[in-house]
Design a protein around this ligand. Structure first.
Ligand code: DGJ
Length: 694
């Protein structure tokens, strides 16, 4: 059992790390330790008891696990609320604790307010194999009057006391997501958030904090990610007392929740860990957790797909799709996906969202004959939907104009000519659920791309049963309900989460979707950097990556394929414009990918050289048993006469002997890792090399 109760409190131990908490002499639930696992339980320090100084009392100075807003505390609290009588602080004290063994060991701490019947439960799950702790909180109102919650976060994570911490995080925008940023944490608050109702392209609820010296494979860092697909907030707070904490949870921006008598509000989970193996070690832990515990289809190998969006856009019909499908099948594609444009009166982005049945002009016989032809060609069939949206020019909107998120007195702002359906409403959820359920029941569909192409504006919920600002959270609960129900009813379907590219990529959506459409930017040199940022959190088995026609024509097809082969390979180019030689080359790369994809999708990732930092970049995937791996290397532009540095492999068994495709003879793992290998690559050339233990 990895969770222990001792005289000093509780210790959660994972394979190599430990997290300790306990009560200090003032009765506050305080953080004690987070780092490498120590030999004895008595090695973990007791809860700190800071002294009282004029302006800053014990409450302010104690690293509390879940501080409420109260007392002389000016750090950012996890819980802030107003009781029915107007009292605006919450005084939480320890009540009891329990350790639950199954299914995943969990410590539950019960806190109670000292004057009101308000109960807070803190949950700590030890994901032992992955060296990760999962935390979340729930608050229950046992009073006979409602309480208004104004902030509730999932966790506050405390770094060991000290200075000179550095924060790594991801930012970006539509068509340019997942850029890795690093900056020192100085006293004050660093805030990252989404106010867009989705996770957003602009930042991701993930952090890594180190002492400024961690590298890809060495050094200590503390990292975490929130499993939530709506508005979130991350606050990294450093004080002049040498304390640093990172809080993560629901965004309190424009948020309020009326907690009625007897009701409970539960926060999303937040996963966090300590790594002594640098950023690479942290990513590998998260990748394993995602693949083995979150994804609906776990470690299933994903198929090579063709998506016709960039070829035909809205101009889809049965003959055009069959023509593409025939060429795709010849190339070895296993899954044919029809994107936007297939449904009732969808000719452009100005109409039809909401009317999810096949367009009778484009598919006079329905989708059945196309699906049959695709299946006869040996491929499975997939379809695009955008169920949270409605165009004003649609049958759905004409029947239910009140179903959108809106303020009735304001002119609605359009985004891509569409409005957002209020998924917080149960009637909206039921309608969409019914329509999509029929679509899946009536057709042989094994893959759905779930898209979401605008962010929120005028976040009104007319006639909301509770506080209308509950919208932000209830919308996501509604989304999870609709998607989760469909997933249960149609368990064979593989779902892809897309929001104009990577606008909804998070550990919450990965409980529903096995794959993520990382970016609408499929230009391969840009994609290298985007994929590297994405890989900080998500495994390659979730990273759908298509070879398209985007970007300069001089980029070799091999380069395009190699970039996409680093994830779940797809093709999105206009195959009717590809000549026979190009299609034959594509077929060779697809066959090659099928030989290597078990390594890419299920192996350990080593980022050898960063494309965000170097024009010569490389990454490697290794089988868990170290028997084989694959190396990818890319050169974009480097000035003439640049001497390329050797590439040192990683993750090999140092004493075993390996061959690397294209190099003479076997060498020890240590030799490949120490002296590395020299590649000859010109500008915009790339290579893929199979590594084998002999
Ligand atoms: C945005 C997606 O990211 C694209 O791949 C495509 O599906 C379009 N939407 C279709 O409207």
């Amino acid at each position: 059992m990895p969770i222990h109760a001792t005289d000093h409190g509780w210790v959660l131990e994972t394979t190599t790390t430990a997290y300790a908490l306990g009560l200090n002499r003032s009765g506050l639930l305080a953080h004690r330790y987070w780092g490498p696992r120590l030999p004895d339980l008595s090695d973990y320090p007791p809860a700190p008891d800071p002294a009282f100084w004029s302006f800053n009392n014990v409450g302010h100075l104690t690293p509390e696990e879940f501080p409420g807003y109260e007392d002389v505390k000016f750090i950012d609290p996890c819980l802030k609320l107003t009781f029915a009588d107007g009292v605006r602080d919450v005084v939480l004290r320890f009540d009891s604790a329990e350790i639950i063994a199954e299914p995943t060991p969990e410590l539950r701490i019960h806190l109670r307010d000292t004057a009101y019947p308000l109960h807070v439960q803190l949950h700590y799950r030890a994901h032992e194999r992955y060296d990760l702790i999962e935390r979340w909180a729930s608050v229950t109102n046992h009073d006979n009057a409602p309480v208004t919650i104004e902030r509730i976060w999932s966790a506050q994570w405390h770094l060991p006391p000290g200075e000179h911490y550095r924060l790594s995080y991801l930012t970006g925008r539509h068509v340019d997501e997942f850029h890795l940023r690093r900056e020192p944490l100085l006293p004050g608050l660093k805030v990252l958030e989404s106010r867009r109702i989705t996770t957003s392209h602009h930042a991701n609820p993930w952090f890594a904090v180190d002492r400024g010296d961690a590298t890809e494979e060495n050094g200590e860092l503390w990292y975490g990610a929130l499993a939530w697909s709506g508005n979130w907030k991350l606050v990294a707070e450093t004080t002049d007392f040498g304390s640093t904490r990172v809080s993560l949870g629901l965004n309190d921006w424009d948020f309020a929740w009326r907690l009625n008598p007897g009701e409970t509000l539960t926060t999303p989970g937040c996963f966090a860990g300590y790594s002594s193996e640098g950023f690479g070690g942290a990513s590998r832990r998260l990748h394993d957790l995602v693949r083995e515990t979150l994804l609906p289809h776990g470690t299933a190998i994903h198929k090579v797909l063709y998506n016709s969006w960039e070829a035909t856009e809205f101009d889809v019909d049965e003959p055009s799709q069959i023509a593409l499908a025939e060429l795709a099948a010849e190339m070895g594609v296993e899954l044919f996906v029809v994107d936007d444009g297939w449904f009732h009166r969808r000719d452009n982005d100005r109409a039809a969202l909401g009317d999810w049945w096949p367009d009778a002009r484009k598919f006079p016989r329905g989708l059945g004959p196309l699906i049959e032809r695709v299946n006869a060609l040996g491929m499975e069939f997939g379809l695009w939907i955008e169920p949270e949206m409605v165009n004003p020019d649609s049958e759905l909107y004409r029947a239910h104009p009140d179903w959108t998120i809106h303020f009735p007195t304001r002119t609605p702002t359009m985004g891509r000519n569409q409005l957002i359906l209020n998924f917080a409403r149960e009637d909206v959820q039921d309608h969409v659920l019914g329509m999509l359920d029929r679509l899946l029941a009536d057709h042989k569909i094994t893959f759905i791309k779930w898209d979401m192409n605008r962010n929120v504006s005028q976040p009104g919920w007319p006639n909301a049963p509770g506080d209308p600002r509950e919208l932000w959270v209830r919308y996501v609960h509604g989304l999870y309900r609709v998607w989760g129900t469909l997933r249960k009813r149609h368990p064979h379907v593989v779902w892809q989460s897309c929001s104009g590219g990577g606008g909804r990529a998070d550990l919450g959506i990965l409980r529903l979707a096995d794959q993520i459409w990382v970016s609408d930017n499929t230009e391969p040199t840009a994609r290298l950097a985007i994929q590297e940022g994405f890989s900080q959190i998500f495994p390659a088995s979730t990273m759908e990556s298509w070879v398209t026609d985007m970007g300069p024509a001089h980029l070799p097809l091999a380069f395009r394929f190699h970039v996409s082969m680093c994830g779940v390979l797809g093709v999105g180019g206009h195959l009717l414009k590809w000549d026979a030689a190009k299609r034959a080359e594509a077929a060779r790369w697809i066959a090659r990918y099928k030989e290597l994809r078990h390594l890419v999708q299920l192996g350990d990732l080593y980022r050898l050289r960063s494309p965000q930092a170097h024009p010569l970049s490389a990454l490697q995937y290794m089988a868990k048993d170290k028997s084989e791996g694959v190396l990818f290397a890319f050169r974009t532009h480097l000035p003439l006469n640049t001497l390329l540095p050797p590439i040192s492999l990683r993750g090999l068994d140092p004493t075993a002997r390996y061959t690397v495709e294209g190099f003479e003879g076997a060498r020890s793992g240590l030799a490949w890792m120490r002296s590395g290998l020299m590649l000859e690559l010109g500008d915009f050339e790339s290579t893929v090399r199979h590594i084998r233990r002999v």
